[in-house]
Design a protein around this ligand. Structure first.
Ligand code: ADP
Ligand code: ASP
Ligand code: MG
Length: 485
């Protein structure tokens, strides 16, 4: 009988050091007893940040600092290797491979320092190296423990457009490549270990899927291979009712829908990259979020429909690296195309708008963008409205960088009477000033803008109001899997 296929990803903290990688090997080996398994790995925690810092320092001309960072990475990976790999020959081979990969980083940083220019293509190549370092290590550990395994770079599998820093997969080509390269390995019981986060254009130029993009890599490969399940192994017990760093009594949600999970990810829940569920939407493949440090915990199951039963608030989330932009003044009432001009300006400079809202003063158009996009958005709008500003038809284009978006998420929540009322009255009681409320967004969230200094208070108050810390009943029983389940 054909074995079911699990495609599983291990995030940065799950492969953070030798002990963690050893735990990963236990999980994979246990799963491989019952399933065909494809493994996707991230870079060790913090490594991608270090690589990006090395690239940026090189561009600033600080070559020696960049090379020191690379040397630290070499030592970190060599230390893991020494602890993990028993066979001297394998250890030497892997150590040489690490040198080779970091040699590539060194050449790129030197070139960048010389030219004082960092192209998006070079930045992608440098930031991809963390995944290229962990992949051969994980594959070697599995092989040494008797599970046939091969490290594979996703440039061979995931074919993307050429949008560096946020590439999109080309489904058909990715399916063809993945089938051709991975199926023969799976058929003979081997475990492919694939780099997360990266892909390549049809011409073989390396691309990345965006920060945190290994979550997307695993669903892209899961869909390409028609997996039975995707499992994202991380450092918490699934998707929680709020970020546990903000709300200590946040609770694991046993099952949620694709839509709820996507909404949480969109509004900043770091546990999932916002595009993760896009790849599996058509096939409806279940995606588990589980804790590699506590593999006996079943975690969260994300399914197309989510859990049956009473609908209401499922979870809260917040984004703080955002800025509120307002275009307005009394004169804009007589200016019919101001909304159109505002958003065609943001579209022309390719700035995603996270939330559009009604401000407390009716004369403003308010919207929220990522902090990194704030300055150029304001500049573009001031240029767009320069004549109107001069003639005081528009009297301001302003930016407030000290804000956060808080989102209350749950399927069909808008249809459940009283949720908005309860949310805003508890915030009132707690003296949290609501700067703006989202307009016209989906049934699945209520989102609002508060001062950044009020974000935590708002999360705690709303979490408490809807008693999200009480233990929800697990209605779905996970499939048996000795260690992994
Ligand atoms: P990985 O390295 O495994 O990809 P991440 O750090 O990217 O892990 O994501 C996991 C982290 O996401 C958790 O440690 C947690 O702090 C954060 N997080 C934010 N919101 C949530 C949430 N609603 N549920 C679970 N974790 C969350
Ligand atoms: N290593 C990459 C990052 O830090 C991708 C990931 O971890 O998902 O962004
Ligand atoms: Mg992540």
């Amino acid at each position: 009988m054909k074995r079911q296929l699990q495609v599983m990803k291990f995030g940065g903290t799950s492969v953070g050091d030798a002990k963690c990688i050893s735990r990963v090997a236990d999980i994979v080996q246990a799963a491989a007893k019952d399933f065909s398994v494809v493994v996707v790995v991230s870079a060790m925690a913090g490594v991608t940040n270090t690589l990006i810092e090395a690239a940026n320092r090189s561009e600033a001309g600080d070559r020696d600092y960049a090379l020191d960072l690379l040397e630290k990475l070499r030592k970190q990976h060599d230390a893991a290797l020494t602890e993990l790999i028993k066979t001297p020959a394998t250890r030497e081979k892997l150590s040489a491979r690490i040198q080779e990969i970091l040699g590539e980083a060194k050449r790129l940083c030197e070139g960048t320092a010389l030219l004082r220019q960092l192209t998006p293509r070079t930045l992608d190549t440098v930031s991809s190296l963390g995944e290229r370092l962990t992949t051969p290590i994980v594959a070697a550990v599995l092989s040494e423990r008797g599970t046939e395994s091969e490290g594979i770079e996703a440039t061979e599998l995931i074919i993307t457009d050429s949008h560096h820093g946020g590439a999109e997969p080309l489904e058909d080509r990715t399916r063809e490549r993945s089938e051709a390269r991975l199926r023969p390995l799976l058929d003979r019981g081997a475990v492919p270990v694939v780099t997360g986060y990266i892909g390549a254009t049809v011409d073989g130029v390396l691309t990345t899927l965006g920060r945190g993009g290994s979550d997307y890599s695993v669903t892209i490969l899961g869909a390409a291979l028609g997996a039975d399940e995707v499992i994202i192994w991380t450092d918490v017990n699934g998707v929680l009712t709020a970020d546990p760093r903000m709300v200590p009594n946040a609770h694991t949600i046993p099952e949620i829908s694709y839509r709820e999970a996507a909404e949480l990810a969109y509004f900043g829940a770091k546990v999932l990259h916002p595009k993760t569920l896009r790849a599996v939407a058509t096939a409806g493949i279940p995606v588990w979020i589980r804790n590699s440090f506590q593999p006996s915990n079943p975690g969260t199951k994300i399914t197309p429909e989510g859990q049956e039963g009473p609908r209401g608030v499922k979870a809260l989330t917040a984004i703080s690296d955002v800025a509120l932009i307002a275009v307005g003044g009394p004169g804009i009432i007589g200016l019919p195309d101001v909304v159109g001009r505002t958003f065609s300006t943001t579209a022309a400079i390719r700035v995603p708008v996270l939330l559009i809202s009604q401000s407390s003063s009716q004369n403003d158009i308010c919207f929220v963008v990522s902090s990194v996009d704030g300055k150029r958005t304001v500049e573009a709008l001031r240029a767009q409205f320069s004549q109107d500003l001069m003639h005081q038809k528009v009297d301001h284009v302003t930016i407030d960088a000290n804000i956060s978006i808080v989102a209350v998420v749950g399927e069909n929540m808008r249809g459940t009477v009283g949720i908005s009322g309860r949310t805003f009255s508890v915030l009132g009681r707690e003296n949290v000033n609501i700067i703006a409320i989202a307009q016209g967004s989906s049934e699945t969230n209520i989102s609002f803008v508060v001062a950044r200094s009020d974000m935590k208070k708002a999360l705690l108050a709303v979490h408490d109001e809807f008693a999200l810390d009480s233990n929800p009943v697990r209605e779905s029983t996970p499939v048996a899997n000795p260690v992994a389940r």
